[in-house]
Design a protein around this ligand. Structure first.
Ligand code: SAM
Length: 248
């Protein structure tokens, strides 16, 4: 765990939280990614204990309430995000428990308790993937499900150039980097697909499904186009990778 990076990222997220309020939550998995109606990964959520890693403004947890989940739990690094989530979830009729904490640490979450742990576009912020995945494995019951989406490892290593793509960094380069699309100083982590797969496997997860498809409708273009995500670029390379795994 890198305390200096976490502290800088916390400040960054506290500043930009408002701009990300309700941006691409469930049933969306990410910009130009297929949504839950397309991929049907979550299954029946009735009465389920669910935990959101990097819960942001709480809109994905709100979606979980709409699907009749029984308990809503969330963890996020940013105090502004947790405060927004408390407001968004204030009228929920099922128990809601939120922690302001880095995902690299367990702030008091119960072990062997959850049916589903999920993370929408947050896991790639971790400064310690191995520890974070170990924590997730600890929170889940046996046969519990872990689903997460994050930017596809190819997306930030390529730039769109007219009608072709150029590889601008080696695929093999892993670790921290400053994201060019951000105007506050934050550090993200880039990893290879095999690093995700091997880390999950080491913690006893069985991968049931990976999704790399894109959704390029007019509606997607209207909703998701910005300086970083465009339909043209997404037509060449996946924006998002989604993993569905089960704790063996
Ligand atoms: C793109 S937002 C995710 C939004 C949210 N998952 C949703 O569905 O609406 C990424 C979130 O990850 C959080 N985050 C960044 N680094 C983190 C860390 N190390 N531990 C926990 N949360 C982190 C940020 O504060 C931010 O709220």
């Amino acid at each position: 765990m890198n305390e200096a990076v976490l502290s800088k990222n916390k400040q960054g997220w506290d500043k930009v939280a408002e701009r990300f309020f309700g941006r691409n939550p469930l049933p969306e998995y990410g910009p130009f990614a297929p949504n839950e109606e397309d991929v049907r990964l979550l299954g029946n959520l009735e009465g389920k204990r669910v935990l959101d890693i990097g819960c942001g403004s709480g809109h994905s947890l709100l979606y979980m309430e709409g699907q009749n989940a029984g308990e809503l739990w969330g963890i996020d690094l940013s105090c502004s995000q947790v405060s927004a989530a408390r407001t968004v979830l204030k009228d929920c009729t099922v128990p809601v428990t939120l922690f302001e904490s880095p995902m690299e640490k367990n702030p008091g979450l119960p072990e062997g308790y959850f049916d589903l742990v999920y993370s929408i576009y947050a896991l790639g912020w971790t400064t310690d993937l191995a520890q974070t995945v170990k924590n997730v494995a600890g929170y889940l019951k046996k046969n519990g499900v872990f689903i997460f989406s994050w930017e596809h490892p190819l997306y930030n290593r390529m730039t769109h150039n007219g009608d072709s793509l150029q590889m601008t960094k080696p695929y093999f380069e892993e670790g921290p980097y400053q994201h060019s699309g951000w105007n506050v100083p934050v550090t993200m982590q880039q990893l290879k697909l095999s690093t995700y797969i091997n880390t999950l496997s080491k913690q006893g997860f069985v991968i049931e499904q990976m999704v790399e498809e894109v959704s390029l409708s007019e509606k997607d273009a209207e909703r998701h186009t910005n300086s970083w995500y465009t339909r043209e670029r997404a037509s060449f390379v996946p924006t998002t990778i989604i993993f569905k795994c089960r704790k063996a």
